[in-house]
Design a protein around this ligand. Sequence first.
Ligand code: RM4
Ligand code: MN
Ligand code: MN
Length: 429
Amino acid sequence: MKLTKQVIQEHNGQLVPVHKKKFDYVAEGVDGLKEVMQKLIDFQIAIPSWALGSGGTRFGRFPSGGEPRKLEEKIEDVGLLHALNQSSGAISLHIPWDIPKDANEIKTLAAMHGLKFDAVNSNTFQDQPTQPISYKFGSLQHVDKGVRRLAIDHNIEVIKHGIDLGSKALTVWLADGSCFPGQLNFRKAFQRTLESLQEIYAALPGDPIASGWKMFVEYKAFEPNFYSMTVGDWGQSYLYASKLGPKAYTLVDLGHHLPNANIEQIVSLLLMENKLAGFHFNDSKYGDDDLTVGSINPYQLFLIFNELVEGMDARGMNHATDLGWMIDASHNVKDPLEDLLQSIEAIMIAYAQALLVNTKELKQAQDSNDVARAQEILQAAYRMDVRPLVAEARMRSGGALAPLQLFRNLKVRDELIKERGKKTVATGL
Ligand code: RM4
Ligand code: MN
Ligand code: MN
């Protein structure tokens, strides 16, 4: 299903009179409106190829129908999201869940939808049907050299797919770790993992600096291992990334922390050290819940963006292109595409609010230990209703003023079910 410009224009035409009033009201109070709008227009969030179908838990999965049956259909779905909001102009592939049969054809199809390829992701947390030896006791950390070899070769293969597609980064997330005390020698597991990662790092294409290729090391506190994870927190990821070299960075997935972790502080320091790769956005109440971004703790999301904007500006970085922005969520009870639209909206709102923080006054408050004032300044930005700014940015770049509303009005899910069937299942978790 493809959305025409005309459909979007008609939709916008109906909403524009009311929207304009709201926009003018908010815009009046915004310093540097032009720059803010441009930053919102430029900001793009990648969609993971494994999050276009319904997610599940170990208790079951309840597909909503019309799920993409192959990579081409996944690209069409992301294309649809991008047509609606003009903010999701990239897709991130998980290999082997989504191996392109013909990279050039897939690239052409993606380009037709205005999409680029974000980081490619390796999978050494599941055994594949033809796999001769198992990842049951880990992959890059495994005591058996043969298993390590398999996992290293897989990652190198994934880099090759990435090169063919025009990706610029490999994301390595490891399930490696242990479930019980005594199972693993932590030090040796770390060393084996480091050596494996070094081999993968060496396979990044060409001169690593000139090619622009990066390696993202994602950490996670627990699950599927429940006693120790070999890349369990930002400290461990940072250790690997530092030892690997300048093209290795730490990737922050919001759901991968222990409860109440101060993620914004982690982000700030990683940025300071130029070791922040980027994000997997989602939200959670307990663990790696992979809920819609901003659905549980939108204030935390804003505080993270506040550190991002402050830290990136301090380093003169380009907000849109210098870090990797991606959603990593799962949709157990909502329509996957509606859920993704909500996540993108939440990210754009938090970003817009962070752009509106009065940094000059905040600095003054901090320098004079005016704690109450500092809080007022942050919350003044957080409590602003920036939705009209985000909607205006969307409209200016050709998207819909109300993407979710249009998605529903057009009965997109019914159309997809008609096209693909009720019982289709997308690859992923
Ligand atoms: C993990 C992690 C990775 C993702 C897999 C599917 O928990 O978030 O980024 O690739 O799930
Ligand atoms: Mn992730
Ligand atoms: Mn996760």
